[in-house]
Design a protein around this ligand. Sequence first.
Ligand code: HEC
Ligand code: HEC
Length: 340
Amino acid sequence: MNCLPRCFRAFCWTVPTLLVSVAISADPPAKPPLGLPSVPVPSDNAMTPEKITLGKQLYFDGRLSADNKVSCASCHDPAKGFSNGDRFATGVEGKKGGRSAPTVINTAYGSLQFWDGRAKTLEDQALGPIQNPIEMNLTLEAVIKKLNGIEGYKTQFKKVFGTDGATADGIAKAIAAYERTVISGNAPYDKFKAGDTKALSESAQRGMKLFFGKAHCSACHAGPNFSDNSFHNVGVGMDKKDFDKGRADISKLSGDTGAFKTPTLREIAKSGPYFHDGSAKTLEEVVDHYAKGGIPNEWLDEEIFNIKIAPAEKADLVKFMTEGFSSPDYPDHKAPELPK
Ligand code: HEC
Ligand code: HEC
């Protein structure tokens, strides 16, 4: 293992955070929870209570889809770890995509969005699913027209953005501002790290040692959000003839073949099934996958190898993830009342 990729990973986490916090808005959110830095807020999208309220309504509103049934929350459901509990996402008319829905929790800290990092910010990301034919399937023109036909929305957009009703920019900004409130920190792991030695059970503590030591998990699940914001081939789905090329389709670098973004592990107990193709039903299956060193392939990350752990150690690792990363302050948001 040479040093470069590792340094680069640390760099990946710190630099965007620093850059964004310089450009922090006039109205930053309240103090972050234990274990997390302040949420980076772009300077042109300050978080105001009115904007967050509007964004939350849009997030939960099925009218943003062609059949009026599919909202962001259909696939990123607070009751299912802000994912959908299914192997693949189901959009309008029951259409299925080829990737699992990642959690929205703590995406505010991500420097690139999607499994393959094809969007830079939450603002860039938000309009994608609305227009995606197998997700919500509406043109921007159609969704703007629809929202402006709803009196409550028209007034709110005017109030929040000073525009004559909804605009694509306003929709993206409001949803992104809401997503920046979907945060999870202050978990038992954070409390343990801050000195509360009783915050984790003995099994979870043994799992923590493995996570940061022999099992090598923190090589990629690093930093406060347990993601290096980088892409790796960890040998998932690589036994399929027509496997998903992941990051390589965006970067056009053959070395990125089968590489996907390292997901956060916060609230991981709630957001299964796991991996970009939903191929692991449980965390036990995830750990088994890593224990054997993933599915062999020529692009496999050098940090993935047979980690030789005993069954009891596997159980400890799972315990660390389920217990350590589940916060008592889980953002258990309910659908708000929608404008008429
Ligand atoms: C039909 C299901 C579906 C709907 C509806 C949907 N999403 Fe997603 N979402 C997905 C899937 C699947 C991905 C991963 C796609 C990929 O990486 O190629 C994703 C990715 C994301 C990500 C990136 C997360 C990360 O860690 O990279 C965010 C943020 C997100 N969606 C927010 C939204 C918002 C906001 C809406 C509503 C405007 C929405 N989604 C609607 C299924 C859905
Ligand atoms: C080489 C970097 C790397 C290492 C080492 C690594 N991971 Fe991952 N992890 C990833 C990436 C990348 C993904 C997404 C892979 C995919 O879906 O193709 C992932 C996915 C996961 C998921 C699924 C998350 C979700 O939301 O679907 C869990 C859980 C997980 N890893 C836990 C672990 C544990 C436990 C270890 C140590 C045994 C570990 N990881 C080691 C990079 C890594």
